[in-house]
Design a protein around this ligand. Structure first.
Ligand SMILES: Nc1ncnc2c1ncn2[C@@H]1O[C@H](COP(=O)(O)OP(=O)(O)OP(=O)(O)O)[C@@H](O)[C@H]1O
Ligand SMILES: [Mg+2]
Length: 593
């Protein structure tokens, strides 16, 4: 075997899954020519093979070093080149498996891994394998991920800004749902992408349905009905934190929900309705009722008839007005309400009037009218998000007030996850038709010091999602800011270029395989190049994502500074910019001059 052209050297030490291999002097030049192809020896990130009878162990090179042994009079006696290798898998016959069942012994041979071997390892014709790019070291070898593990065991795509995350995500999603020539091969895929910057419609428009707060041509209106939101979060948003208001609000909420059930003849036991039952209710009615309760004065001691000046109108957000208390017998008015909620109710009214939140507080078909009827209910909402004809649903959250991102995103996650839980035995549930949630800019709502609804939900989904058919893919430029529990649940990691040492350290600790040597190469990766490790890949690998076709990149290209700054001076008008800002809509139609 030593005479084989692929022979590299022998094992000189074994410690856990790390090996030290001493290279033979024949490969000192650093090059090996096999079947006319030149192979570079000892490249960090490339593979070695250690035959064990009929089986072969495979490892990744994580370090190379040279030691010089000096003899008497400081004369160099011999040089030794060593490579450090992390074992990652084993092939038994033609089958390649992750993990190893046996350790090599000292003096076992190590061989170069040729392209043929690599093809065997990455052989990707098996069902469920998604080819998403090529190996960095060899353009002729496709790399693939196992779709089942990718979705079920969650994944994360991490990299500094501009490292190509969004482009890679769109390329990966396209590889998942389409085959050759963009023909959809997974027509029943359920992928929901939370697009924080509104960049994906450009990249995936042809295979996705886009919902947006400020829709452009071909996009649909995004509504997140307030009545789907956890009541505590909703009350905090509407009235600010106040226990007294919260309690009274909850009571009114239950009453309103019962009323909805009666009016719409829904088959539900009224006694079982709680503030958390997902039923529509009228917010303006609750506002009115709270106002009434807070301010009411009565005509008589028995407190049966309110002494109105005007009754007001909840549909117009007009509060009732009452005559002031009066003790004279002729004009008796008995004081009723404690009048301690004025501030909160005023805040609620101004929220209800704020058009910025109309996608939430006036949710189109999903908003109950003043007769407490809705044109569309929860089933239609869920269908919009996961039951589209196109395999990907993009929820463009870019027009959303950023202070409320957490609440709204968390609410969508809540609805989707609850429907996964309650539909677990149904054919339309996620267990039968799994759902992948792609979360861009995850550090914004999953950071260590953020304790909002989104983080709670993602934590839950990361821990329990697999049982109900919900998987997540997190995308972030600051892995060090993402909650550790969540990141540790991600079975597959795509690490793109990461310049920052803290972020790198976090990625290193999240990688399951002992691959610290490879992680050190993260700052030198090219744009769109990644190290992929974990459940969904057979071997840790350094690879490049498929580059999208011209015109299929996300709307996130780098600004062209030098080109633009060199253009002749032009006087510009900023009215439109301010219009967009005031109307909170970055896509106002262009006016003809
Ligand atoms: N594989 C690739 N080959 C060439 N250029 C690429 C590749 N991937 C991305 N780019 C380019 O790099 C730039 C940044 O890409 P992208 O928006 O995907 O980065 P990002 O990591 O998502 O950044 P951010 O964290 O700021 O969102 C874009 O101009 C994009 O066209
Ligand atoms: Mg991006």
């Amino acid at each position: 075997m030593i005479n084989k052209p692929t022979y590299l050297g022998k094992v000189v030490s074994v410690s856990g899954s790390s090996l030290l291999i001493q290279l033979t002097p024949q490969v000192r030049s650093g090059l090996l020519i096999i079947e006319g192809r030149t192979h570079r020896i000892g490249q960090v990130g490339s593979f070695v093979r250690i035959p064990q009878g009929y089986n072969h162990l495979y490892g990744v090179i994580s370090e190379t070093s040279e030691s010089i042994i000096t003899g008497a009079n400081d004369v160099d006696v011999s040089e030794r080149r060593n490579i450090k290798v992390e074992l990652v898998g084993e092939s038994i016959g033609d089958e390649f498996e992750r993990g190893i069942g046996q350790f090599p012994s000292i003096n076992d041979e190590a061989h170069l891994v040729t392209e043929d071997d690599l093809k065997k390892i990455y052989g990707n014709n098996d069902e469920g394998q998604i080819v998403f790019g090529k190996l960095s070291s060899s353009d002729s070898i496709n790399v693939s991920v196992d779709l089942d593990s990718l979705v079920n065991k969650h994944s994360a795509l991490l990299g500094s800004t501009g490292s190509g995350k969004s482009t890679s995500v769109s390329s990966l999603l396209r590889s998942i749902v389409t085959g050759y020539d963009d023909v959809i091969t997974k027509p029943s895929a359920r992928i929901v992408l939370f697009d924080i910057h509104g960049e994906y419609a450009a990249a995936l428009g042809d295979i996705s349905t886009v919902y947006s707060v400020s829709p452009r041509d071909g996009e649909e209106n995004l509504f997140i009905p307030y009545w789907c939101v956890s009541p505590e979060s909703l009350i905090d948003f509407l009235c600010g934190p106040n226990e007294n208001v919260k309690n009274k609000f909850m009571d009114c909420l239950v009453e309103e929900k019962k009323e909805f059930v009666r009016k719409n003849k829904i088959d539900l036991d009224e006694d079982k309705i709680t503030p958390y039952t997902p039923l529509p209710f009228r917010l303006n009615k609750i506002w009115y009722d709270l106002n009434h309760e807070d301010n009411v004065n009565w005509k008589e001691k028995e407190k049966t008839n309110p002494s109105y000046i005007s009754e007001g109108d909840f549909s117009k957000l007009e509060a009732p007005k009452f005559r002031p208390p009066n003790t004279t017998v002729a004009n008796l008015v008995v004081k009723g309400g404690p009048q301690n909620m004025k501030k909160q109710l005023d805040l609620m009214r101004s929220r209800l009037l704020d058009r910025q939140f109309s996608f939430f507080l006036f949710p189109g078909k999903w908003g109950p009218d003043h007769k407490n009827k809705v044109k569309a209910d929860l089933p239609q909402l869920i269908k919009q998000w996961v039951g589209n004809q196109k395999p990907i649903t993009i929820l463009d959250l870019s027009g959303m007030p950023s202070s409320r991102l957490d609440l709204l995103l968390g609410s969508v996650l809540d609805i989707l996850f609850e429907s996964a839980i309650w539909g677990r035995n149904l054919s339309e549930g996620m267990k039968e038709r799994p759902l992948l949630l792609v979360m861009e800019e995850a550090h914004r709502y999953l950071s260590n010091d953020n304790n909002g609804l989104s983080k709670d939900m993602v934590r839950r989904i990361a821990k329990e999602g697999r049982k109900f058919g919900v998987g997540t893919m997190l995308v972030s430029q600051r892995p060090s800011e993402i909650d550790e529990t969540i990141l540790s649940q991600c079975g597959t990691l795509f690490a793109l270029r990461i310049n920052n040492a803290t972020d790198r350290a976090r990625v290193k600790s999240a990688m399951s395989d002992g691959l610290s040597g490879i992680v050190d190469s993260l700052p030198i990766l090219r744009t769109g190049e990644a190290i992929v490790t974990g459940e969904a890949v057979r071997l840790p690998m350094r690879c490049r994502f498929k580059i999208p076709r011209e015109g299929r990149f996300p709307d996130s290209s780098d600004p062209k500074v030098s080109e633009r700054w060199a253009q002749p001076y032009e006087e510009l008008d900023y009215t439109k910019l301010v219009d967009s800002w005031r109307q909170q809509n970055a896509y106002l139609p262009k006016e003809d001059k």
